[in-house]
Design a protein around this ligand. Structure first.
Ligand SMILES: [Zn+2]
Length: 74
C-alpha cells in the first residue's frame, strides 16, 4: 500500500487506482492517519509560513522508514 498511497497523495496516480485507495482509506484507520499526516506536511510546506508540527514530522519519518523497508502491510 505504501508506495501507491504516496503516489496517490502526490496526485500522480491513475483515477482507477486513486478510487481504490480512497475506498481503502475509508476502511483502514492506519493508512487514513498516514494520509492525513502526509497532507498536513505538504500543506505546511506549501504555506511556507510555519514549520510542520514536530509530531507530524516524526510520524512522517517513521512512515518513510517503513516505505523504504518495503513494508506494505496491511
Ligand atoms: Zn491500510
Amino acid at each position: 500500500m505504501g508506495r501507491q498511497l504516496q503516489r496517490y497523495l502526490d496526485g500522480v496516480i491513475d483515477a482507477e487506482t486513486a478510487a481504490l485507495i480512497e475506498a481503502h482509506l475509508e476502511d483502514c484507520r492506519r493508512c487514513g492517519l498516514e494520509a492525513e499526516t502526509y497532507r498536513q506536511i505538504k500543506a505546511a510546506l506549501a504555506a511556507r509560513r510555519l514549520p510542520p508540527p514536530p509530531d507530524a514530522v516524526q510520524r512522517l519519518r517513521e512512515f518513510g522508514l517503513r516505505l523504504s523497508r518495503g513494508d506494505r502491510s496491511p
